[in-house]
Ligand binder design. Sequence first.
Ligand code: PMV
Length: 360
Amino acid sequence: MTEHTFIPETYSKTINNGSYTWSSPSNIALVKYWGKKESQIPENPSVSFTLDYCKTTTKLSFSKKDSNDDFSFEVLLDGEQKEDFKPKIETFFKRIERYLPFLKEYHFKIETSNTFPHSSGIASSASGMSALAVCLMSIERELNEQISDEFFNKKASFLARLGSGSACRSIEGDLIVWGAHEDIEGSSNFFGIKYPFEVHKNFKNYQDTILLVDKGEKQVSSTVGHNLMHDHPYATQRFAQAHDNLSKLISVFQNGDLNAFVKIVESEALTLHAMMMTSMPYFILMKPNTLEIINKIWLYRTNNDSNICFTLDAGANVHVLYPENEKDNVLEFIKNELVGFCQNGHYICDQIGFGANQIQ
Ligand code: PMV
């Protein structure tokens, strides 16, 4: 499958106006995507758990306009106009216009809200861009009723990728692979696919409690971060390691070996940060409390024979991952020992989810 698959033939139908509402979740990578080529093509494959609670709901209203010269849209977050969101959406529209040629024919009103606070340090780009992508696909499906559910999801993921790479892993759940990997048939650099092999019951309903260590704006934008992997002294090794870790996870997912899972996931998180610390310019995105939390998690794991582990995105917040059968004990541990390291004591309880949902 190439990107040409997603360029539509002329639509037989026309529509004047309408609206669609979808919610779409965030996701948390186990094997990290860090480094990309032209057109949001990842340097290495990644795999993620789709989340359930952390999501964006977007209502996309559209009405035919007179001229087709330019894009025309407004964006509202929680009912308020957001001028500062517009450049990213304009770039997104430019990138996807080839694949959705109707974009300049309409004025769009994009009304969006998140279940998590905007300034929580949790990136809303994955949930936001995937929600917008599925809304746009609903319009395309109205213009062409032949579109199958499978094509709808693939193209929604393909479009979401062009908004924000990791957003392509949010359309479906519960485990999504993005990026071509030789052991995973059907895996693609263009879109995310549902993990196609057996998954042990240990990973059902896996829990993710997000500890908000630093709710500030990202210190390094993902665009800048990914670019740091160009000419990075360890880039080649890192990309090879991601392929290798994904191969190892295939047997871990099958046999339910939580010990091995913990090692791969934590190593991936620390490697992501190591890449940032060893790039030029260099960054330390962890805060002292991030390290305090990591050490507490390690101590708890040893003392309680637990399978708790952590992962990190490109920031200071900590995702605490654990199997469902440890939920009560781990939440008790978080309340007693980790909340003190969170900004204003804030944390978010989430778990594995199953992707975007149409609301209207
Ligand atoms: O989707 P982006 O361009 O914001 O990149 C996200 C990168 C990480 O969150 C750090 C890792 C990942 O695979 O999600």
